[in-house]
Structure formats: structure tokens, C-alpha cells
Ligand binder design. Structure first.
Ligand SMILES: Cc1cc2nc3c(=O)[nH]c(=O)nc-3n(C[C@H](O)[C@H](O)[C@H](O)COP(=O)(O)OP(=O)(O)OC[C@H]3O[C@@H](n4cnc5c(N)ncnc54)[C@H](O)[C@@H]3O)c2cc1C
Length: 400
């Protein structure tokens, strides 16, 4: 469909995996309602959804009781079921989280505690020999093995959600950016590139741009989205045998990022990364890209300076990784000692939409804010792709 309708019961902003999952869920619950998805880019899943590691997380990392913990475990289960039903290939090839040194064992213990509290299926502790049996080229003092972790092409899943939306009578309009929301009595006027749509209710799943629409619609200024670029390297085809499935480090508990890892994707390609570098554009797929509005937004937010004050050492490490392939590889060689700088080639990159609070804390959990006649998803970083079906259920419950 090329033009948005003049009126709709529901408007969903954002044609990423989350917006499409929400649209699908709303139509399943309200089959007689009219619904329209508005996506600014000329294609669906253009940003985070198709620039991720493609990992179906099993729910190990997240604080027990958090939305992430609950919705990741449930979301992975729903996603595997959906992929089976729709004939989308999703491989449960498992993953190892490896403590490379003794000093990382307390971190691994904590992950094991969380994984068990979150009821991650099949989670088991392995020693040095067990690591070698699962990943013959990997080394470490101990590891957690999660056999239910898997991989999928999230872009393909998003397109399947889109086809469900259209089959249920929903409209999807690409190339139509939303500029603002104006409250009407009992409704909301959605201003966009093709005019205005009067909506009964709006759900905004705008990823890296979610804070702008939310604040303009009257939601609190906090949290601010700060873009973190994740760059990957990839293994040369003749060295792909170094990794069978997924090898992850024990992450820094202070940060929501999972750390640079090695992951075999659906096409057999092995990606190394991603890094986590704060950048000056919400679409900085090219490292040097800066958008003044985005940069000013980062710099004007007090949380940015507090974050830098607290984590400058980590930031310098990430800068080193961005500047030097050798430094990135030497970090990963702790788990795969045979890995050499000649084994890698440049890879893709993605931009994480990460919420940052005023005190400089990267917001760990999913966040949703409500304004009159609208719900705004304010923080949906990893594992939101894994959790998309479960998050959509929660959001549809909130819509009521
Ligand atoms: C490097 C990286 C690795 C990751 N790895 C994993 C992983 O392995 N597993 C996992 O579960 N998750 C992973 N994630 C996280 C996952 O990709 C995201 O959580 C998920 O894709 C979020 O989906 P979304 O629909 O909210 O966002 P997006 O896919 O970013 O979609 C938001 C959409 O909104 C549109 N939009 C924005 N503003 C407007 C506007 N004003 N009008 C209309 N449209 C608008 C955008 O164009 C975009 O298409 C990773 C993310 C990154 C960046």
C-alpha cells in the first residue's frame, strides 16, 4: 500500500520486528479493527532487526524478575514455535559462555545463578574438557553451555510477521516517517510524510528514534536514546571451522552489552563482535558518520557525561577495538587461541538503540511509557528480537 489511510483504530510506528509483532498481536485480538503500520524507510526491518547477531537468546543473563528475564525465556519458546509453524529455519545450535581465566569464575557463577532462576532450559556447567567437546578450538577454565540458544534470520521473521499483518487486513506503508502526534479528544492525529491519520490508539516502536516521538508527545525526557555502534569482523571462509556455534565471554556486569563473541550465522559465516562504541549518529553504519542533531542530543544529556566519567576505561578499550583489528582479535583469542589477525576480514555493523538515564546508567530492562492514546517503547535493546512475540503480548495487554 502506498498511501496511509485517513483514519485507523490503531497506528503502529516502526516496521522493525517489534512494531510488526505488536501489529500482528493487536489484529489477532481485535480482528475487526483497522490498523496501519508506518515505516519511515523504504523497506521493513531496515535498522536493528537486520543488523543483529541473529542469536535467539535463552535468557541466561537477565536479572531474575526483570521483564527481560521473563520475556526472553517466553519469547524464545514462542519464536521457535512460530518458526516451526511458518517453515522459517531456526537452528538450536547452542552456545558456550566461557570464563577464560580464574578471575572470571565469580561472574560465571552469577550467570549460572541467574540462568537457573530464570529457568533457562538445559543449562549446564562444563569444565575444560567439556568446552573442548563442544567447541574443539575453544579454551577456558569453565563454561556454561546453553543448548537452547539458537540462530535465526530476524529480518525473515519480521517479514513473516508483516505478511501475517497483511493477511489479517492490516496496512503497511513504507517510506512514511511520522513527524509527531497531536492529541484529539479520544483519538490522536498522527502527522506523517503523506498528511495525517486520525488514530484511536498509537503504539510507537521507533527503535533508535523512539525518544524523540515520545518526548514530543508528552512523555518524560528520560531515558534518552544514545546510539552504540556494534562493528563485526568475519572469519575467512577457510577458517570457519574454528567455531561450530556460538562462543561468548563472561560480560561486564556493569554494562548491558554481552561482550564480543564469535557466532556462526544461518549462512555459515562466522561473525566476531560486536564492539560497543558510542557514536554521533543514530544510523552511523559508517564509523565516520555524524549527524549534528544526534551528536548534540548525546552531548546535551547529563547522563552521557556521567557514563563517560564512570566507564572511560571501557570506552577507551572500545575505541582501541574500533581502530585496530589486532586489538579486537587479541581479545577474542583468549577463548580461541588459534585465531590470528590474518584470519579475519571486515564485517557488517549495527547500531544499538540503548536508553541512558540522567545519572549515566545504561537502562538494562525494557521500558514502555504511556501517554494519552499512545504507548511508547523507550528501550528495546537485545534480546528484544528474541522476545518480540512475548513483548508484543505485554504491549497488547497494556493497550487493553
Ligand atoms: C549489533 C546488534 C546485535 C544484536 N544482537 C541481537 C541478538 O543476537 N539477539 C536479539 O534478540 N537481539 C539482538 N539485538 C537487538 C535487536 O536487534 C533489537 O532489540 C530489535 O531489533 C529491536 O526491534 P525494533 O523493531 O524495536 O527496532 P528496529 O529494528 O530498529 O526498528 C525500528 C523501526 O522504526 C522506524 N522508525 C523510526 N522512527 C520512525 C518514524 N518517526 N516514523 C516511522 N518509522 C520510524 C525505523 O526506521 C526502524 O525500521 C542486536 C542489536 C544490535 C544493534
Amino acid at each position: 500500500m502506498s498511501e496511509p489511510p485517513r483514519t485507523a483504530d490503531f497506528v503502529v510506528i516502526g516496521g522493525g520486528i517489534l512494531g510488526l509483532a505488536v501489529a500482528r498481536e493487536l489484529l489477532a485480538r481485535h480482528p475487526d479493527a483497522s490498523l496501519c503500520v508506518l515505516e519511515r524507510e523504504d523497506r521493513l526491518a531496515a535498522h536493528q532487526t537486520s543488523h543483529s547477531s541473529g542469536v535467539i537468546h535463552a535468557g541466561i543473563y537477565y536479572a531474575p524478575g526483570s521483564l527481560k528475564a521473563r520475556l526472553c525465556v517466553e519469547g524464545a519458546r514462542l519464536l521457535y514455535g512460530y518458526c516451526d509453524e511458518r517453515g522459517i529455519e531456526a537452528r538450536r545450535n547452542g552456545k558456550l559462555v566461557i570464563a577464560a581465566e580464574e578471575s572470571e569464575l565469580p561472574g560465571l557463577d552469577e550467570l549460572e545463578r541467574r540462568g537457573r532462576a530464570n529457568q533457562v532450559p538445559g543449562l549446564r556447567r562444563v569444565g575444560q574438557d567439556g568446552i573442548g567437546e563442544i567447541e574443539p578450538h575453544a579454551r577456558g577454565v569453565a563454561a556454561l553451555h546453553s543448548p537452547e540458544t539458537g540462530i535465526v534470520d530476524f529480518g525473515e521473521v519480521a517479514r513473516a510477521f508483516a505478511s501475517d499483518v497483511q493477511s489479517a487486513g492490516g496496512a503497511i506503508v513504507t517510506g512514511c516517517g511520522v513527524q509527531g502526534l497531536d492529541p484529539l479528544s479520544g483519538a490522536v492525529a498522527v502527522r506523517h510524510g503523506s498528511g495525517t491519520t486520525e488514530a484511536g490508539f498509537v503504539v510507537s516502536c521507533a527503535g533508535a528514534w523512539s525518544d524523540r516521538l515520545a518526548v514530543a508527545a508528552g512523555a518524560p525526557a528520560e531515558p534518552r536514546i544514545v546510539p552504540f555502534r556494534g562493528a563485526y569482523l568475519r572469519l575467512r571462509p577457510e577458517r570457519r571451522e574454528l567455531v561450530r556455534a556460538s562462543i561468548y565471554p563472561v560480560p561486564d556486569p556493569e554494562l548491558p552489552f554481552l561482550g564480543g563473541h564469535l557466532t556462526r550465522g544461518m549462512d555459515g559465516e562466522v561473525l566476531l563482535g560486536p564492539s560497543a562504541l558510542m557514536v554521533g549518529a543514530r544510523d552511523a553504519y559508517r564509523l565516520g558518520r555524524v549527524r549534528w542533531r544526534d551528536l548534540a542530543s548525546n552531548l546535551a544529556w547529563p547522563g552521557t557525561w556521567r557514563l563517560v566519567g564512570r566507564h572511560w576505561r571501557t570506552g577507551l578499550g572500545e575505541l582501541r577495538h574500533a581502530a585496530s583489528r589486532r586489538s579486537f582479535v587479541s581479545e577474542l583469542r583468549r577463548f580461541v587461541p588459534e585465531l590470528g589477525v590474518r584470519d579475519v576480514l571486515p564485517g557488517p555493523s549495527g547500531i544499538r538503540a540503548q536508553a541512558l538515564d540522567r545519572d549515566g546508567r545504561l537502562v538494562d530492562d525494557f521500558v514502555v511509557h504511556r501517554t494519552e492514546s499512545a504507548l511508547h517503547v523507550r528501550n528495546a535493546p537485545s534480546p528484544a528480537a528474541t522476545s518480540s512475540l512475548a513483548l508484543a503480548t505485554l504491549i497488547a495487554d497494556e493497550v487493553g
